[in-house]
Design a protein around this ligand. Sequence first.
Ligand SMILES: [Zn+2]
Length: 362
Amino acid sequence: MPVFLNKDIADALCTVITLGYAYQRHANGRPLTFEYTAATPAEINEHRLLQDFLGRHGVNINVGPAASQDYMPYILGSDLPQNSLNTFINGLTQWSVQINNMFLAANAQNPPPRGAYIGVQFFADANGNMLRGNIANGQGGNFNADPLVYGPSALSLHKPIYRMITLLEEQGIGIAYYNARMSTNNAARAIANGLQVQPSTNFDTNYQEDHIFGSSHGMIRAMVNNVTPPPGIHSVFAEIALGGNTQKVSSCVPCAIFMESFGKPASSIHLGRGDNWRIPDNPTNGMLTNWQNVIVGCYVSGLAICNPAIAAYHATLDNIAAMIIAQHHAVGDILPEIPYLFLEALTFEDSFINRILRTLRP
Ligand SMILES: [Zn+2]
């Protein structure tokens, strides 16, 4: 298997897929806002550059500040209509004691976890009222509607398929892996107190040379383990930004794309990092196919809107399809590989806004 994936191609691929996602949202008439957290002039400017670029190619998006963590420490994925979702958000205060306890426990860890997003599946009626405890399932039995807590990201180690790892990169990946492991375990410890977490996420596997690691985010873990409620009851998936060091309260691009494919779009999206993002190991075939299709759809749309413009900007992006085809496969075979190329592209750590501007800059 030829290894050809480098940072340039990885950034280009992430750019094409993100712009394709923006294009599809625009084409479907569903407004998209990319939110920034630290509203420094530089960061605002970077987002405006992207907004202008897309605007020049007929794709309108919004950019704006994310809600602060103090105000709303969670991201939601739900198919409830907005009115009902608002009711649900108000009702989340019923659960604020648990959230508060998790926060206190997280901040007491040494060090407090960073980037810790706790995935939860809640259940609500059609009006958005949160359900708790046993409720009638409409068939003479009961359904336990208590929230299902899935803990922080789950980590895993993999042999790369498309990228080669230099010795220097390997050191960096090893360090990033141990940091992620410590953060994940600290977050898992913080929520284990008083909450029924399923399954336990304590993770102690050592880094292995030549490996990359994957991080399955809490929201996606909750979705992949989806418990289907009885008819008339809705699922609301949430990711709770845990503790003072977990600041971004919007979904990363890879999560947003998965949530789209799952039919429960993200309440807010950022162009920060989705480093080492990985789909959990146990999705149903349907979920996996839907996710692959959405990634491929974004890639195709992204190439279509980018290509004329891209040649003027960056040779890498212009050539990405040709490069993959030439080194790999006959035309027509590359599309099924795009989702997995995308996953490995995410192991070259960087924020999405950096990847995009790096690719689009002349
Ligand atoms: Zn994410």
